[in-house]
Design a protein around this ligand. Sequence first.
Ligand SMILES: Nc1ncnc2c1ncn2[C@@H]1O[C@H](COP(=O)(O)OP(=O)(O)OP(=O)(O)O)[C@@H](O)[C@H]1O
Ligand SMILES: [Mg+2]
Length: 256
Amino acid sequence: MSDIILQTQQLTKEFKGFTAVNQVDLSVQRGSIHALIGPNGAGKTTCFNLLTKFLEPSSGTILFNGIDITRERPAQIARRGIIRSFQISAVFPHLTLLENVRLGLQRMLGTSYHFWRSEKSLHQLNDRALALLAEVGLDDMAHEVTVNLPYGRKRALEIATTLAMEPELMLLDEPTQGMGHEDVHRVTQLIKKVSAGRTILMVEHNMSVISNIADTITVLQRGAVLAEGPYAEVSRNPLVMEAYMGTTDGQLQGAH
Ligand SMILES: Nc1ncnc2c1ncn2[C@@H]1O[C@H](COP(=O)(O)OP(=O)(O)OP(=O)(O)O)[C@@H](O)[C@H]1O
Ligand SMILES: [Mg+2]
């Protein structure tokens, strides 16, 4: 299989004459952590919405594992293994952590519900759910009600429910948004950990997160790709620095 898991060609989205995503060519390397950055309104979330087909592209092509998925429906795209966290995997506040992850697993099994009617398969589901909670460091809280979790832990739970969908490509839109230092650090390490054997495409404003874990960065500005490369390269790019000018000290940093 090719090293490129996801490729967009000239991907474009227009809203009534306004071009939010403008002929974007994106190549995401299999097994990498790829960050999509850019000032507010650059088109990052719109890009994600196009990739999951939450929005219909105006033009351009999306290839996943070499297959043209541009015209596929959101459910088909999820089945292929493109899973966006914090959307498909919303968590239910009044269920326990275990129940939330189990629901993710049940959703995966979908129509084959005979599978989990028997006592034995319920146990198997529990075991798998516990293993996923352990993967994000929440196994000791499995029977807590989700609403009682601190914010950072809730984000970790959302990652566990996303993992339940067996993503080959995980899309994370601002996974550390609204977090304090400690949670940012914890979730960053978690993303790094769960990236093993998977590919991650993430929108992130926090530059220290990006410089720590992103292999490749694509910078969007007004819907178009401005620069692409590893952090060391992109952060020195004069065009990128200029795009981020107007922030406090003109350094490459997030707008949030
Ligand atoms: N449904 C829509 N209809 C019209 N305009 C839209 C729609 N969705 C997004 N836009 C516009 O497209 C542009 C890109 O928005 P988008 O949300 O993709 O930016 P972003 O890079 O995710 O920004 P942020 O960093 O603030 O999250 C913005 O100007 C936005 O107002
Ligand atoms: Mg956004």
